[in-house]
Structures are given as structure tokens and as C-alpha cells.
Ligand binder design. Structure first.
Ligand SMILES: Cc1cc2nc3c(=O)[nH]c(=O)nc-3n(C[C@H](O)[C@H](O)[C@H](O)COP(=O)(O)O)c2cc1C
Length: 203
């Protein structure tokens, strides 16, 4: 896989705790050679307000306030969670993968059941049928048998379950550093070069 070529990635931020995972992933992608399609659920926006200081302003403005700016080779397209007239809703849109960070148990359950009631669920459903990489960062604790069964179901359908469990062996000094240990694994799975965390052998 050529890691340096330009990629197109769909990111969704759902209303689970850990909105920062989605924001740090977005930052990492926009600092690289990537075209990002972003979908934030309405619950995701509520959690962003609660956890990350989002005030309901235009999302680009919010990202700017967090020091997140696309490099000239990157682009950001923000999509409404109810707009099915958008590229990720269609199997004809070729892209390099979708990450739901964080993913709620509700959205996980909907994907496992084959529902497509909003653009996040539909885009994930399309990924599974089109065999695009689909990476879910499901966040809940503890997990019920329903949650675990849904994780198994989507894994069998082709998704990757990547629980947002930070690594503490990397020398992380801040919450951002810890979050980036998870973001780094998502980038690895998307085939995007990252220098956020050194591979274990080079630590
Ligand atoms: C502050 C806050 C934190 C939440 N954390 C979680 C969570 O960690 N995991 C989860 O599955 N749901 C969590 N929820 C509940 C979801 O937001 C809720 O089920 C919502 O309907 C999910 O919608 P979505 O999947 O479309 O984003 C949380 C809600 C709030 C307000």
C-alpha cells in the first residue's frame, strides 16, 4: 500500500463520551494529504459542547479555535447527518475508509441491524457492502451482551472494532497524547503514515 498518496476518508462523530477522539483524528487527517468528509450526529454535537467547548458555531470556526486548519493539500467537507444526497450515502462514491470516533452503542446497534436511518448509519452500511474499511471506536462501559453481540456481528460483516483504549507505555504526558495513541492506530489501519506514536520496536 502506498501510504503517501492522497486519501479520501469519511469521519463520523457520534454522541459517546470521547468526542476528542474524533477531533484529534480530524486534526491528524487534515494535517496530512487527506480529503475528509465529516458527519457529526446531533448527539455528537451535544457531547462536543459538553466535553470540548463547542458552542454551536460553524464547525470550521470551532476547528479553527482548536488550531485545526487543513493544509493546502487537504480538504474538509462537512455533511448534515440527515442529508442522503451526499457522496458517502452512495456505493458509487469510492473512498479509502470510514471511521466512527467515538461510536455510540446506539449507532453500533443500528449498523449491526442493517439500519440506515441517518447518514452515519447509511455510510457505514455502504462501507460494509462495498468492502471499504470501516473502523468503529465504540465507547461504553461495562458492555452488555447486546453490545458485545453487535460488535461481533459488525466484525463478521467486515468492520474493525477498535475500542478507544489508550496505550500508557508510550510516555504520554497529556490527554491529547493519550488520545493520539488511539488515533495513531486508526491511521495505521487506514494506511496513512503517522508520526504520533512510534512503533513499539522503536520506542
Ligand atoms: C454527555 C453524554 C455522554 C454520553 N456517552 C455515551 C457513551 O459513552 N456511549 C454511548 O453509547 N452513549 C452515550 N451517550 C448517549 C448517546 O448520546 C445517545 O444514545 C444518542 O442517542 C446517540 O446518538 P448517535 O449514535 O446518533 O450519536 C451519552 C450522552 C451524553 C449526553
Amino acid at each position: 500500500m502506498n501510504c503517501s498518496e492522497s486519501k479520501t476518508i469519511v469521519i463520523a462523530i457520534c454522541g459517546a463520551s470521547g468526542a476528542l477522539y474524533g477531533i484529534r483524528l480530524l486534526k491528524a487527517l487534515l494535517e496530512r494529504n487527506t480529503h475528509v468528509y465529516l458527519i457529526v450526529s446531533s448527539a455528537g454535537k451535544s457531547v462536543l459542547k459538553h466535553e470540548c467547548g463547542y458552542k454551536g458555531e460553524a464547525f470550521e470556526e470551532f476547528l479553527c479555535s482548536k488550531g485545526i486548519h487543513p493544509i493546502p493539500q487537504a480538504t474538509l467537507t462537512i455533511l448534515d447527518e440527515h442529508d442522503f444526497f451526499t457522496p458517502p450515502a452512495s456505493g458509487s462514491f469510492r473512498h479509502d475508509g470510514m471511521v466512527i470516533a467515538p461510536c455510540t452503542m446506539g449507532t453500533l446497534g443500528a449498523i449491526a441491524a442493517g439500519l440506515a436511518s441517518n447518514l452515519i448509519q447509511r455510510a457505514a452500511d455502504v462501507c460494509l457492502k462495498e468492502k471499504h474499511p470501516l473502523i468503529l471506536l465504540p465507547r461504553e462501559t461495562p458492555l452488555s451482551t447486546i453490545h458485545l453481540t453487535n460488535m461481533l456481528k459488525v466484525t463478521r460483516a467486515g468492520a474493525t472494532i477498535m475500542p478507544p483504549c489508550p496505550s500508557f507505555y508510550t510516555g504520554a504526558q497529556s490527554i491529547d497524547d493519550l488520545v493520539d495513541t488511539v488515533v495513531a492506530r486508526a491511521l495505521d489501519h487506514l494506511g496513512i503514515e503517522q508520526n504520533l506514536v512510534k512503533p513499539w520496536a522503536q520506542a
